[in-house]
Design a protein around this ligand. Structure first.
Ligand code: ADP
Length: 190
């Protein structure tokens, strides 16, 4: 049985990798399919994300990495896949994922969505959380593959080195304190 594991993977985390490895044990073949979504502003381009996933999954012989746009179900039909693989972390994932699974079922009766529960240690983990930690200089080596951590640090190093006028991370200059007596009783400027 061939399964598609679709997602943004911006970037791949150890939580994704856990689902991929377990999926590869369950299915004959798994295709990790990176969604090309023009309405999102990702940290990494689609080719960069594909390369990160390929490097992280070299040990899996029944895995392919690809990208697609449009409806996941259409891509699954194109690849003649019978299953969509998705990961579930918390209850809030469930509502959205169930809605998506039902919708996809109305689009193709023969494609099943298979959910794998996250491993306990990754239940809190998401790509956006990793980016948030890295943005503020925190450690992420325990959350993503090593080479992905390096890519992320490089991205944010570039942002920090950018001119203060071009980055919203630059500190806002403090306004000079007025020593004058023109302040109103409420501390507002006259
Ligand atoms: P999407 O934008 O489609 O949610 P993501 O890259 O965020 O793309 O996630 C792809 C899939 O991987 C989703 O099914 C998501 O629930 C699952 N996933 C993400 N992080 C984890 C994790 N830590 N453990 C298990 N599954 C996860």
């Amino acid at each position: 049985m061939l399964a598609i594991y679709p997602g943004s993977f911006d970037p791949i985390t150890l939580g994704h990798l856990d689902i991929i490895e377990r999926g590869c044990r369950l299915f004959d073949q798994v295709i990790v399919a990176v969604l090309r979504n023009p309405s999102k502003t990702p940290l990494f381009t689609v080719p960069e994300r594909i390369e990160q996933i390929r490097q992280s999954t070299q040990h899996l012989s029944n895995l392919e990495v690809d990208s697609f746009d449009g409806l996941t179900v259409n891509y699954a039909k194109l690849r003649q896949a019978n299953a969509l693989l998705r990961g579930l972390r918390v209850l809030s994932d469930f509502e959205m994922e169930l809605q998506m699974a039902h919708t996809n079922k109305t689009l193709s009766e023969r494609i099943e969505t298979i959910f794998l529960a996250t491993s306990n240690e990754y239940s809190f983990l998401s790509s956006s959380l990793v980016k948030e930690i890295a943005r503020f200089g925190g450690p992420i080596d325990h959350l993503v593959p090593k080479h992905v951590a390096i890519d992320i640090y490089k991205c944010f190093a570039k942002t920090h080195l950018a001119s203060p006028q071009t980055t919203d991370l630059a500190p806002v200059p403090e306004r000079p304190r007025m020593e004058s007596t023109t302040e109103t009783p409420h501390g507002q400027e006259a």
